[in-house]
Design a protein around this ligand. Sequence first.
Ligand code: 4NP
Length: 163
Amino acid sequence: MRKKEFNKSKIKVLFVCLGNICRSPMAEFIFKDIVNKEGLSDKFVIKSAATSYEEIGNDIHYGARDKLIQKNIPFCKRKATRITPNDYNNYDFIIGMDDSNIINIERIVGDDRDNKISKLLDYSDNPRDIADPWYTGDFETTYNDIIEGCNCFIKYLKDKNYI
Ligand code: 4NP
């Protein structure tokens, strides 16, 4: 990540997955909840996007929605969008969920010339992919992995003195 003065500007975070209806909106709402509880909401812009066209315009998957309700994470109605080449300039952190997301993100935005692209669980002590509940049906495991990743990501930002 290019050295940046985040005290002068908001930290812009884009969570990315394949469809933008399960993992990346869960990460968006979970991370928003974490920063809100820490009183840091005004320091961030937090959004999510897909790499595929499959679900564009669709709201969050009912399995992801039910998991957020069960865990008391606030969320709102939304429409899936696809990442654009210009998002690379607009965001500071572009965070995928698995290795194939990273490959697809780089296909769309080009080389990671400013080192902005990472995988959510790269921030944890146990880097790994976050399984796609669209295929596994296991929203609990995905939720726990995203919580771990988001908590490690905010710790990383604090350790770097970005917030
Ligand atoms: P997500 O899950 O990438 O976590 O949002 C998926 C949702 C939809 C599809 C694939 C993955 N799909 O092929 O439509």
